[in-house]
Design a protein around this ligand. Structure first.
Ligand code: C2E
Ligand code: MG
Ligand code: MG
Length: 669
């Protein structure tokens, strides 16, 4: 990870080291300067000495070879020289003077005891003898000067050649000692101060930098983390399904492609299993989306619990899942997995304190056996899944080549349906609704048919769910409303008065934003009086969001249309909603009417529905009436209208005028 404060620290350390090195260089230069300065003053002193005093003593000192050490120390010339030297250096920093002859013998020293000592092998002396001036600083804890002993001192000693003039030969070597303790002390003090200020300023600067850099670092680290979190989130959203946490459809495409490539390389098989929860839409519509979500999560979990660790589970559609089994040893493994999933799904799910039963249909395709491209493999599994559903659901099917032609048929049907509206292949049939008291047709239910060019008249149950799936229910439903209104208005104009028409409305259509406007427009355009239009809604339309349903229905009531609940008793209904809705009719589901003669339970149910409708002042309509016995019973329950084959099946519009005129003629008689 990028940590800028590390770089800052390293740079600062390098800076500090550089400053310390500079301080050392500075010290070295200052030291050198000090020594040079002292040597220069020693040289000047020596030069002055050479010019003034030296000539007087040179003769004696250069040739002082015949004396013993003691004689020399006591010699009157030496003692005079001592006094002269003492006087001479009295006002300078020089504390000691020594003179060597060219052999290296100490012929004079302010410390008399040193006279006579041999210094011939001293390198500084040798250098001076050949004309080179040298000097060095040393610390002495005790030192004899011409004025007595001094302690703890820094001294500078210089060896200086003595000559009369600049080009004259060296005659002797002077060694002068100066006390530079104060200068060295000053220098050290000065350097300490300098070092202190430099180091403290640098430390402060470093501290300041460190704070800034650390802050910047924290910001960078935080931003970096945010960026990575964001990336991870985007990646997650792109590849995972938020509801179930499974891989999503995008991920599915990628992984399937990779898996087929791996299988090719390893020369192995893989199975693709596609799952679809049976009747999931019903659960979603009747129990609401939250419950639907819960069912999906539980379903996903159950599938996941059955697969091997190496197999991946995907959510590829609203209630569709897929598993890639890779590698696949044999097809039995896929069958076993499918069976396990079907069995695990059979246990009731607890959703919102209710028990929900759901089953699953599975389609399986095998690579490379069925197809070689991942896309085709998906289509094959889908085809197999469709068959599993068609043949009763809650089972699995393997893809087979024979299915391909069925799938093509289905595709053909689907394509045809998409064009049916434009090609004018949709027609409305009308089924009479008869009034109980008079036995006369007082209303007609408009029922949709598809006049398929090859298959003939296709009943609505085989294509309405597909229209909903394809998102085409709204335009088709709209066409039904407009056509029915116009047709009935035409009949009214032709003299068939007081005929009402009822139109079936699907849930997708009812919730469309412009539904109420559409109804109003259909009435306006046709000129039909609103009281002749009835809308049939199923229970599932209402359950999803009762508040919106009530609002829409009230708007419809304001227009003046009637509203009925179709197939009452067949859906997941909560009776509570009945009192909230502005209803005119309840249409008892025909399954209750069908077995009235043999099934006491159906009798009981119809009695209950009738009692409920009467107490809520909603008119009762019975459909699917095929026998007189049914009619009698329903009449006894105060049904006000009947519909069924006993009176007439749904007929084309052309058959209606005759039917009604006959009835009117009868009435006239
Ligand atoms: P539904 O609204 O309950 O319509 C009554 C269905 O019962 C009709 O079937 C009718 O032919 C049938 N039926 C009537 N009397 C009898 C009888 O005595 N015995 C038997 N066995 N059946 C009888 P159809 O026309 O096949 O319609 C089926 C369903 O399709 C309708 O049920 C309705 O839910 C839906 N549907 C029809 N037309 C439309 C439409 O324009 N829009 C929408 N959304 N759904 C429609
Ligand atoms: Mg109906
Ligand atoms: Mg019905």
């Amino acid at each position: 990870m990028f940590r800028s404060h590390r770089y800052g620290l390293i740079t600062s350390i390098v800076g500090i080291v550089a400053v310390i090195v500079l301080l050392f260089i500075y010290r070295h230069l200052a030291w050198h300067e000090l020594i040079n300065h002292e040597i220069k003053s020693h040289a000047t002193l020596t030069q002055v000495f050479s010019n003034t005093i030296w000539p007087e003593y040179a003769g004696f000192l250069v040739n002082a070879t015949g004396f013993s050490e003691a004689e020399l120390q006591q010699h009157e010339v030496i003692q005079r020289l001592h006094r002269d030297v003492a006087r001479y250096i009295a006002r300078s920093s020089v504390v000691k003077v020594k003179i060597y002859d060219l052999r290296g013998i100490t012929v004079f020293s302010t410390d008399v005891s040193q006279i006579g000592q041999d210094q011939s092998d001293n390198s500084a002396f040798i250098a001076a003898k050949y004309g080179v001036v040298t000097g060095e600083v040393s610390f002495r804890d005790r030192f004899d000067t011409h004025e007595g002993v001094i302690v703890d001192r820094d001294l500078i000693a210089s060896y200086i050649p003595v000559r009369i003039s600049e080009n004259a030969p060296v005659e002797a070597v002077f060694e002068l000692y100066s006390d530079v303790t104060d200068l060295v002390g000053d220098l050290n003090k000065h350097q300490r101060e300098l070092a202190f200020w430099v180091v403290s300023s640098l430390s402060l600067l470093y501290l300041f930098l460190l704070i800034i850099v650390r802050r910047a670092d924290k910001t960078i680290v935080r931003q970096e983390k945010e960026r990575r979190d964001q990336e991870a989130k985007i990646h997650y959203q792109a590849h995972y399904d938020a509801l179930t946490g499974l891989h999503n459809r995008t991920s599915f495409g990628e992984r399937l492609e990779e898996a087929t490539k791996r299988s090719d390389r390893a020369n192995r098989m893989l199975a693709l299993l596609q799952f679809d929860l049976d009747h999931f839409k019903l659960v979603n519509d009747s129990l609401g989306q939250t419950a639907g979500d819960q069912v999906l999560r539980t379903g996903a979990k159950r599938i996941q619990e059955q697969v091997r660790e190496s197999d991946m589970v995907f959510r590829i559609g609203s209630d569709q899942f897929a598993v890639i089994m890779e590698p696949l040893r044999n097809t039995e493994d896929a069958s076993r997995l499918a069976t396990r999933v079907i069995e695990s799904m059979a246990a009731p799910m607890s959703v919102d304190n209710q028990e929900v039963m759901i089953t699953v249909s599975i389609g399986i395709s095998v690579y490379p056996q069925d197809d070689l491209s991942p896309d085709m493999l998906v289509k094959d599994a889908d085809t197999a899944l469709h068959l599993a559903k068609q043949e009763g659901r809650n089972q699995y099917r393997y893809f087979s080549p024979a299915m391909k032609s069925q799938a093509l048929d289905r595709l053909d049907f689907e394509t045809g349906l998409k064009q049916a509206l434009q090609r004018d292949e949709l027609v409305l049939y009308y089924q009479p609704r008869v009034e109980s008291k008079t036995g006369e047709v007082i209303a007609l239910e408009a029922l949709l048919r598809w006049a398929h060019p090859k298959r003939g008249l296709v009943p609505p149950n085989s294509f309405i769910p597909l229209l909903e799936e394809l998102g085409l229910i709204s335009p088709v439903g709209e066409w039904v409303v407009y056509t029915a209104c116009r047709q009935v208005k035409d009949w009214h104009d032709a003299g068939l008065a007081n005929i009402r028409v009822s139109v079936n409305i699907s849930s997708g259509q009812f919730r469309a934003v412009s539904f109420v406007d559409m109804v109003r427009d259909a009435l306006d355009q046709s000129g039909l009086d609103a009281r002749f239009l009835e809308l049939e809604l199923t229970e599932s339309v209402l359950i999803e969001n009762i508040d919106t349903a009530v609002k829409i229905m009230q708007e419809l009531k304001e227009i003046g249309v009637s509203i009925s609940i179709d197939d009452f008793g067949s859906g997941y209904s909560s009776l509570n909603y009945l009192k909230l809705l502005p209803l005119d009719y309840l249409k008892i589901d025909r399954t209750f009417v069908k077995d009235l003669a043999t099934n006491d339970k159906d009798v009981a149910i119809i009695k209950t529905i009738a009692a409920l409708a009467h107490s809520l002042k909603i008119k009762l309509v019975a459909e699917g009436v095929e026998e007189n016995s049914q009619l009698e019973f329903l009449r006894s329950q105060d049904c006000c209208e009947f519909q069924g084959f006993l009176f007439s099946p749904p007929v084309p519009s052309s058959a209606i005028p005759d039917m009604i005129s006959v009835q009117e003629a009868r009435r006239a008689v």
